[in-house]
Write a protein that binds this ligand. Structure first.
Ligand SMILES: CC(C)[C@H](C(=O)O)[C@@H](O)C(=O)O
Ligand code: SF4
Length: 466
């Protein structure tokens, strides 16, 4: 029988499947952070259990750390408490921790791939919804709840039903200046924010194959934002080149064996998907979200929609509510929307290529006097690389703040918080009400568009900046 990539991943990681029971799958790598692990460790302690395979779990501090200082208490007491708890738990249970200022520290979904912890064919879980990011390597990767984190700690397995499959094929080549972020936002605009609910999405087609690993991660990262359980891209030469020589990648003979195995990880030509969506790359323009869900998105040359432009009563209503929350009037040109803040960061767009793209956009120009702009690298390794290339200086000279790695203003769990009514062009992945601070207004965009907006003080197509 012809199999999809997902079928193959499922088969190779299935431990046990009994009639009438939820199947059990093996977990190769378990990533944890300070927010969703404390109760799971407490559960282990309560039951007097150990980790089944402590060497398969890796911890980092990312969500509520300060981006100004590596002091553990720099972002407040409750953050410090959570971070100290993670430190204590990792020491007690024998888990490798990349803590404050460690050279491997960073956002969990940035460090997994860059350390070579994320490998094709494996199952990777984390108590975090953007675990889908790692699917860019042809790994089955998804977020789990805290009680599941405890289950994985204790057994290195997970109870899981097989999901449905969906193929999203992007034909042809994207136009100049179109980024991976624009592709995924255009997909979500087309499907709606529950468009892939319950499905594992495989992204394919010429436009996807042409993407670098970092760009593929941007796409897979946002799979969860239209309801997908996980996203996948079949591993290829681009994947292998990226992984070769990374700290935890296989070496020597094992590397050769791994490559031979990974080459089999692709959907068979006649395999069938439960759903298929086909789009043309050439039709995708730079995207901007105008509302409070990811499918409330238009092209940069478009206008803020009117509630009456929707036939569906629920959509009409959510458009009206979003306009009110966002302080926008229907019909306004997107490029007439002024912004007060720019955030370049998050597990969607804080890797070296994102920072290069943003730096390249602003070269020689100054951040608007009405805008506060921050750049938060995704990890210490990204930060180090960026500084080696002089990107930090380009940002600082233009008037950006160059911060320490972390989740930062993606969800404002630390002290990088917007005030009520402040409007941010953000490279992160969620524009929900209050996401970047109570009453804050978020426009999700690519790194290029965020950088251009910082200079112009308004949402603008990067190509029109000069
Ligand atoms: C804190 C964590 C549970 C959460 C998630 O699961 O996604 C966060 O990373 C987010 O992006 O909202
Ligand atoms: S950067 Fe944002 S989306 Fe990613 S893990 Fe952190 S809070 Fe979640």
């Amino acid at each position: 029988m012809a199999l999809t990539l997902y079928d193959k991943l499922w088969q190779r990681n299935l431990v046990e499947q009994q009639d009438g029971e939820t199947p059990l799958i093996y977990v190769n790598r378990h990533l944890i952070h300070e927010v969703t692990s404390p109760q799971a460790f407490a559960g282990l302690r309560f039951h007097g259990r150990q980790l089944r395979h402590p060497e398969r779990t890796f911890a980092t501090m990312d969500h509520n750390i300060s981006t100004r200082s590596i002091a553990i208490d720099a972002a407040g007491k409750s953050a410090a408490n959570q971070l100290a708890t993670l430190e204590k738990n990792c020491a007690e249970f024998g888990v490798t921790l990349f803590g404050m200022g460690h050279k491997n520290q960073g956002i969990v979904h940035v460090i997994g791939p860059e350390l070579g912890l994320t490998l094709p064919g494996t199952v990777i879980v984390c108590g975090d919804s953007h675990t889908a990011t790692h699917g860019a390597f042809g790994a089955l990767a998804f977020g789990i709840g805290t009680s599941e984190v405890e289950h994985v700690f204790a057994t290195q397995t997970l109870r899981q039903n097989k999901a449905k499959s969906m193929k999203i094929q992007i034909n042809g080549k994207v136009g100049d200046g179109i980024s991976a972020k624009d592709i995924i936002l255009a997909i979500i605009g087309k499907t709606g924010s529950a468009g892939a609910a319950g499905h594992i999405v495989e992204y394919c087609g010429e436009a996807i194959e042409a993407l670098s690993m970092e760009q593929r991660m941007t796409i897979c990262n946002m799979s969860i934002e239209f309801g997908a359980k996980a996203g996948l891209v079949a591993p290829d030469e681009i994947t292998f080149t990226y992984l070769e020589g990374r700290d935890y990648s296989p070496k020597g003979k094992l590397w050769d064996q791994a490559i031979a195995d990974w080459k089999t990880l692709k959907t068979d030509p006649d395999a069938e998907f439960d759903r298929v969506l086909i789009m043309e790359a050439a039709e995708i323009k730079p995207q901007v979200t105008w509302g409070t869900s990811l499918d409330q998105v238009v092209a940069i040359d478009g206008n803020v929609p009117h509630p009456d432009s929707y036939d569906d009563a629920v959509e009409k209503d959510s458009c009206a509510k979003a306009l009110q929350y966002m302080g926008l009037t229907a019909g306004t040109k997107i490029s007439d929307i002024n912004i007060s803040h720019v955030f370049i960061g998050s597990c969607t767009n804080s890797r070296i290529e994102d920072l290069r793209a943003a730096a390249n956009t602003i070269q020689g120009q100054q951040v608007s006097k009405d805008v506060t702009a921050i750049v938060v690298p995704g990890s210490y390794r990204v930060k180090e690389q960026a500084e080696k290339e002089g990107l930090d200086e380009i940002f600082i000279e233009a008037g950006f703040e160059w911060r320490l790695p972390g989740c930062s203003m993606c969800l404002a769990m630390n002290d990088d918080v917007l005030k009520e009514g402040e409007r941010c062009a953000s490279t992160s992945n969620r524009n929900f009400e209050g996401r970047q601070g109570r009453g804050s207004r978020t426009h999700i965009v690519s790194p290029e568009l965020a950088a251009a907006a910082a200079i112009a003080g308004r949402l603008i197509e990067p190509a029109l900046l000069n």
